[in-house]
Design a binder for this molecule. Structure first.
Ligand code: HEM
Length: 389
């Protein structure tokens, strides 16, 4: 007989599963599907393998490393700005959803492959990773095509080992990472799975968050105006990780976007042994779904939860909040490893583009949600770019 499935929306229950009794849960059903795409990378692995890999990968996301990635974030966004300025000039609509997918893919690939990305693209005649933006389905056919990129990635790894040149990118750090006790590098298959994991985990989540953010900004002129004031107060376009820290309101806008539309809207776990979640007995091997979407709109913890209001994330409001009410990056030991990278990426993107361009949503059609692995808009959003004075 099929047992119960539980869907959690209360912060106390989130805390039980993600923090207080996290060792009693594996990732469960959602991740079994993702495993076809990501092999045994850190998003999927469990137990000792996960612990070892997490320790080896963590340094990739230290502040110093993120600071070095800012150059890639800027480069990709300035390219997009040029395109939007040209469209504004011609009164031409942009496909925002497509552009967010391309710019975030561009950023994550530049962060991983560094200067070698250009070589990969020119050798191929086009970007072999473009299928991530061209194909929206995340089914077996997609997984098959994506895994076919393995050879290209491993050729890149072999080339680097043979050349023995210095590179400053995430791939170089993965190749050089050593297990603390044994001093061993990760096996090639593991290295490959981790590269694929970073590409997929770092791309679609950020793309969908920024897609929603521009849509919300276009609907809320007062928020947009306050954001513009903050961005305009910087003496020059943001160029460093320190500049991102000078944009607290931009951060709040993004945090509020992630509250209303968390890309990871439904996270799954499976119990190992029996548990008790808020008085509900949980049998071993029970599927427990944690919904950031529901927690983030819980009327017991958020005032007027459907309203877009970045003020909720100012220091005063944040200090009063139960910290298990907000989990766009999950919580506890399995929380997102790329959170700080993603936040810097999204703040700089917003500041670099909104400094010069405003986007208008002209369609009268209400936006529809698509709730697959990520929470996306069902259809591409078309927006009209306008130059700001
Ligand atoms: C808006 C952007 C992002 C959001 C909302 C987000 C959200 C999440 C969430 C909710 C999880 C936990 C999944 C679960 O428990 O099943 C996660 C895990 C993960 N994320 Fe992110 N993520 C974002 C960006 C990134 C970026 C930029 C990277 C890397 C370049 C990244 C890499 C990862 C990895 C590797 C994991 C697995 C960590 C582990 O299990 O130890 N994410 N992310």
């Amino acid at each position: 007989m099929q047992g119960h499935i539980y869907v959690l929306s209360h912060p106390d229950h989130v805390r039980r599963v993600f923090v207080d009794n996290h060792q009693n849960y594996t990732k469960g059903i959602g991740i079994e599907r993702v495993g076809i795409l990501l092999g045994n990378g850190i998003m999927v692995s469990e137990g000792e393998l996960w612990r070892r890999q997490r320790k080896m990968i963590q340094p990739l996301f230290h502040r110093d490393m993120i600071a070095r990635m800012v150059e890639h974030i800027r480069g990709a966004n300035l390219q997009l700005l040029e395109k939007w300025m040209a469209c504004a000039e011609k009164n031409e609509e942009i496909n925002l959803t497509q552009d967010m997918s391309e710019v975030t893919l561009n950023i994550v690939l530049r962060a991983i492959f560094g200067d070698e990305l250009e070589t990969i693209v020119s050798t191929h005649g086009s970007n072999p990773f473009a299928l991530l933006t061209e194909e929206t389905e995340r089914n077996l056919t997609f997984a098959y095509k994506f895994r076919a990129l393995s050879k290209l990635i491993m050729d890149c790894v072999s080339r680097r080992r043979a050349q023995n040149q210095e590179h400053c990118d995430l791939l170089a750090m993965l190749i050089d990472a050593r297990e603390r006790k044994s001093g061993e590098p990760m096996p090639d298959k593991q290295l490959l799975d981790e590269v694929m994991t970073l590409i997929v985990a770092g791309h679609e989540t950020t793309a969908s968050a920024l897609n929603w953010m521009w849509y919300l900004l276009a609907q809320h002129p007062a928020v947009e105006q306050r954001l513009h004031q903050e961005i305009d107060s910087l003496p020059a376009p943001p160029a460093t990780i320190e500049d991102a820290a000078r944009l607290p309101y931009a951060r709040q806008v993004i945090e509020e976007t992630l509250r209303l539309y968390p890309p990871g809207w439904l996270l799954t776990r499976r119990s190992i042994d029996a548990d008790d979640i808020g008085g509900y007995p949980i049998a071993p091997k029970t599927d427990v779904f944690i919904s950031p979407y529901l927690v983030h709109r819980h009327p017991g913890f958020w005032a007027d939860p459907e309203r877009f209001d970045p003020k909720r994330f100012d220091a005063a409001h944040s200090a009063q909040r139960n910290r298990f009410c907000y989990l766009p990056f999950a919580l506890g030991p399995r929380a997102c490893i790329g959170e700080h990278f993603a936040m810097i990426e999204m703040i700089l993107h917003t500041a670099l583009l909104a400094r010069r361009i405003r986007l208008r949503y002209l369609s009268r059609q209400p936006v529809e949600l698509e709730c697959q692995v990520n929470l996306r808009t069902k259809h591409s959003l078309y927006m009209m770019p306008e130059k700001r004075q």
